[in-house]
Design a protein around this ligand. Structure first.
Ligand SMILES: [Fe+2]
Ligand SMILES: [Fe+2]
Ligand SMILES: [Fe+2]
Ligand SMILES: [Fe+2]
Length: 433
């Protein structure tokens, strides 16, 4: 099914207030929920946080009382939607379990977006970020075992591999070289815009989740691991948001936000296997169609522009979740040594100049050790090896991947070496795992 969202009325904003009982619903069962229901729930929370936050910024920069009133009405609804979606998380789902869910979103969503991205430069940027979140998943998986005694597949359900990727200690850049070249708002396709708006929301929420929850563990090594990865998510938000044309007007941005919400809810509704979540996605899709009408009217009234020029006439599918193991393995094997070139492009480790700006940043932040390396040292001392869930062929490649993916310069003093990975590869994990 495909439809033109601008032709749908949805539910009018005035009819979107709900009772507290409907706003806060029964959480899902963490033991039986489908992993991709959980990723949808995590992503849609991020989408709502961004919608709410954007509307506050819009209002703070808007002098027109009529516009402010309209924005205030739907902004409150965004906030209530956020509560409904995020609070589907059961209280017994630990911070680390949720964290594995966040990185599964990042890996499988970014892989989907990259394969459905018409702009090659944007696609390359997605693939670049993908390998970094893939490594975060590997690091956090060690902690999920050490703190909660769970294996990655308790959460990932065999859909996403866990294996070393571009090492996190190398994700710390001079933040200014993360900035990319933005698309041209007059020529970029609606798909490109929605893809980027979706990913920015997801990455921003990942950052916020780590920033707000990393301190909930008492273990200093884990707190610092969260601190380290939280900072990479800040780099990811910087990188992906810089792809957006800053010349988009506030009304244009409002329309794009609502359109992104329509597309993501539609995609969730279409794919959902959980009855309760499916009902939420269906209702919220109708809400967003109502918001889209308001945004389209504002654009027509204040800028005399046709909304179809910006979002086209069709829905796009920005968040279909399915296993992406094959795609991710291919990027991993071909792009692990890729780096930001200091301008707005990409290069490889062997071509980095000695004065590459990110070496300075890495020397400082990793100067007393990288906690994402410490993570592997700890699991090695406890189990003799690391936790990996990938087929044997990929598992055996870890030392080679590390050799190609790790910068020689500015290494953290506690870096786990290629030889140590070779040693770990020989250890058989007990059957009880
Ligand atoms: Fe919303
Ligand atoms: Fe990540
Ligand atoms: Fe990320
Ligand atoms: Fe909305």
């Amino acid at each position: 099914m495909t439809f033109n969202p601008l032709e749908e009325k949805g539910i009018p904003v005035e009819k979107q207030l709900r009772s507290w009982q409907k706003i806060v619903q029964r959480p899902f069962d963490k033991h039986s929920v489908d992993c991709y229901s959980r990723t949808r729930q995590i992503l849609m929370n991020g989408i709502e946080v961004e919608a709410w936050n954007f509307k506050h910024n819009f209002a703070r920069n808007c002098a027109d009382p009529e516009v402010k009133k309209l924005i205030a009405l739907s902004r409150r609804i965004e906030d209530m939607q956020q509560t409904t979606v995020n609070w589907m998380t059961p209280a017994c789902q630990t911070v680390l379990e949720t964290t594995l869910g966040y990185e599964q979103v990042a890996v499988d969503l970014t892989a989907w977006l990259a394969q459905n991205e018409p702009d090659d430069y944007v696609k390359e940027t997605f693939n670049f970020g993908l390998l970094e979140d893939f490594d975060h998943l590997y690091r956090y998986s060690q902690w999920a075992y050490m703190m909660d005694g769970i294996l990655p597949d308790n959460i990932l359900q065999g859909m996403t591999d866990v294996v070393i990727s571009r090492p996190t200690q190398n994700h710390h850049n001079d933040n200014s070289i993360r900035l990319r070249t933005h698309y041209d708002r007059t020529t970029a396709s609606p798909q490109t815009k929605v893809n980027i708006y979706t990913l920015v929301s997801g990455e921003q929420q990942t950052h916020n989740f780590y920033a707000e929850h990393g301190m909930m563990y008492a273990n200093d090594d884990l707190r610092r691991t969260y601190g380290e990865i939280c900072d990479v998510e800040e780099e990811h938000v910087t990188m992906y948001e810089s792809l957006i044309d800053p010349e988009e007007t506030p009304f244009e941005k409002l329309l794009l936000h609502e359109f992104t919400e329509v597309c993501t809810y539609y995609n969730c509704y279409k794919d959902e296997v959980d009855d309760q979540l499916k009902q939420i996605w269906e209702e919220f899709l109708a809400f967003e169609l109502g918001h889209l009408q308001v945004a389209a009217d504002l654009l027509k009234k204040h800028e005399k522009r046709d909304p179809e020029e910006i979002i086209g006439t069709k829905i796009v599918l920005p968040c279909h979740f399915e296993t992406q193991k094959e795609y991710v393995t291919n990027i991993l094997e071909n792009e692990i040594d890729k780096r930001l070139d200091g301008g707005t492009g990409y290069t490889t480790i062997d071509k980095l100049p000695d004065n590459w700006a990110s070496y300075d940043a890495q020397e400082i932040v990793n100067g007393d050790g990288a906690y994402t390396e410490q993570t592997i040292r700890l699991i090695k001392s406890s189990l003799g090896t690391d936790i990996v869930t990938a087929d044997n062929k990929l598992h055996k490649k870890q030392p080679e991947l590390l050799k190609r993916g790790l910068e020689e310069k500015a290494q953290a003093p506690n870096t786990v070496s290629v030889e140590e990975y070779e040693e770990m590869g020989k250890v058989k994990i007990e059957a009880s795992l």
